[in-house]
Design a protein around this ligand. Structure first.
Ligand SMILES: Nc1ncnc2c1ncn2[C@@H]1O[C@H](COP(=O)(O)OP(=O)(O)OP(=O)(O)O)[C@@H](O)[C@H]1O
Ligand SMILES: [Mg+2]
Length: 277
């Protein structure tokens, strides 16, 4: 069984002329990590909203197809069960953070679910330690760096122990050092806990070492999906076949560092090897 099955999913936002999702199908097995990539506006966030049920619950439009989480239609799952199944970290962590103090923020989800105080304190402490931000627990959120805020947002989600963790461009607001720190922390947690994850990311190099699958989207469609190494290899030598690949570089580095995919891959490999002990 798969933690996630998306079946022939199409969605058009109300009042929009074209489909934001156009017959999307994909599966993710338990314990596996998938990177979702593609140019800006291709529908990545929209797909995540549909996976989490925010579409069609909070966004109006024409919806076709289905999303199964743990074998159950996402639209039939109660809100309480849903937050324990899927943890969704938004594209901009600022939109997620609601509290004044770090510890309160991380405990917020569990408090909402009505767990008892000792359980909440215990879980919150553990997740803060796991993410290496225990020392920040009494700090006002506004005094944190962007990287620290991102880790707090992730902590607030992980504390609910979701089966499927969804991160929408977790490093897009971060400088390279903070991005690396967030990526390696996420890597460790995912490995230790064996949770499944979908990571939307332009800096594929940060996550490609530990991701299992990769999906590429363009104009609302999945244009490639499979084992991440195979998907990345398919682009080798075909520089512009997938505009996503050029777009990825522009977003990650502010410019195109390699015109051929092969060249880009070897740069990525070289930089990831340097990062290893
Ligand atoms: N709330 C909304 N209402 C109407 N149209 C929307 C809404 N959100 C997104 N869209 C449109 O749907 C399409 C897909 O957008 P989406 O945000 O899913 O892309 P994305 O791949 O996440 O882009 P990015 O990489 O910039 O985050 C775009 O054409 C966008 O303008
Ligand atoms: Mg997006």
């Amino acid at each position: 069984m798969h933690v996630l099955e998306v079946k022939n999913l199409s969605f058009t936002y109300s009042g929009e002329p074209k489909k934001a999702l156009d017959n999307v199908s994909l599966n993710l097995p338990y314990g596996k990590v998938m990177i979702l990539a593609g140019p800006s506006g291709c529908g990545k966030t929209t797909l995540l909203r549909a996976i989490t049920g925010l579409i069609p619950k909070f966004y109006e439009g024409e919806y076709k197809g289905e999303v199964l989480i743990d074998g159950k239609n996402v639209l039939g799952i109660t809100q309480r069960d849903l937050v324990q199944s899927i943890g969704y970290v938004f594209q901009n962590p600022e939109n997620q953070l609601v509290s004044y103090i770090v510890e309160r923020e991380v405990a917020f989800g569990l408090e909402n679910m009505g767990f008892d105080k000792d359980y909440i304190i215990n879980k919150t402490e553990n997740v803060l330690k796991e993410l290496g931000i225990y020392g920040l627990r009494n700090r006002p959120l506004r005094t944190l760096s962007d990287g620290q805020k991102q880790l707090v947002a992730i902590a607030g989600i992980l504390v609910m122990e979701p089966k499927l963790l969804i991160l929408d461009e977790p490093t897009s607001t971060l400088d390279p050092a903070a991005a690396k720190k967030v990526a390696s922390t996420v890597d460790q947690i995912i490995r230790n806990k064996g949770i499944s994850a979908i990571i939307v990311e332009h800096r594929i190099d940060l996550f490609s070492d530990f991701a299992d699958f990769m999906a590429v989207m363009e104009a609302g469609k999945i244009t490639d999906f499979g084992d991440i190494k195979e998907v990345l290899e398919r682009y080798s030598g075909e520089d512009l076949r997938v505009p996503a690949f050029i777009d990825v570089q522009k977003k990650a580095y502010g410019r195109v560092i390699a015109r051929k995919f092969e060249e880009y891959l070897s740069l990525l490999n070289a930089s990831s090897k340097r990062g290893k002990p």
